[in-house]
Design a protein around this ligand. Sequence first.
Ligand code: RTP
Ligand code: MG
Length: 141
Amino acid sequence: MAIERTLSIVKPDAVAKNVVGKIVDRFESAGLKVVAAKMKQLSRAEAEGFYAVHAARPFFKDLVDFMVSGPVFVQVLEGEGAVLKNRDLMGATDPKKADKGTIRADFAESIDANAVHGSDSAENAAIEIAYFFPASEVYGR
Ligand code: RTP
Ligand code: MG
């Protein structure tokens, strides 16, 4: 499988719960490497731009309200099949439906406050990584 990069966000609920390190450990233990990272308070414009694909959805305002409710921890993960591997580690969008042992099952509160974001394709990963990190801030292979 190819070495990929994916964008991961530890969302405001998980940052507030002080479990950033526990979540990063899930990724590292699964063989993904953190190759860029920062904390950031998103502006409304940044959150709306990031989730622009969902702009017409009924949950969009709640999603943006939540994403600006506190700082997030944004990181780039690198490794074999990183996009799918990250999605598998995260679990289903709704933590009530997430498999046991996944990040959302263990740390998320609700479908809104669901602890993590992960890119859903290699194409979107490239776009999302560039949204937050200039190439000079990504320290991969
Ligand atoms: P994410 O983009 O944050 O990694 O989450 P995802 O791929 O698992 O889910 P997606 O469909 O992309 O939705 C983005 C975020 O919007 C919220 N959502 N709410 N109330 C609802 O039906 C609903 N559906 C989605 C979730 O917080 C989801 O993470
Ligand atoms: Mg998504």
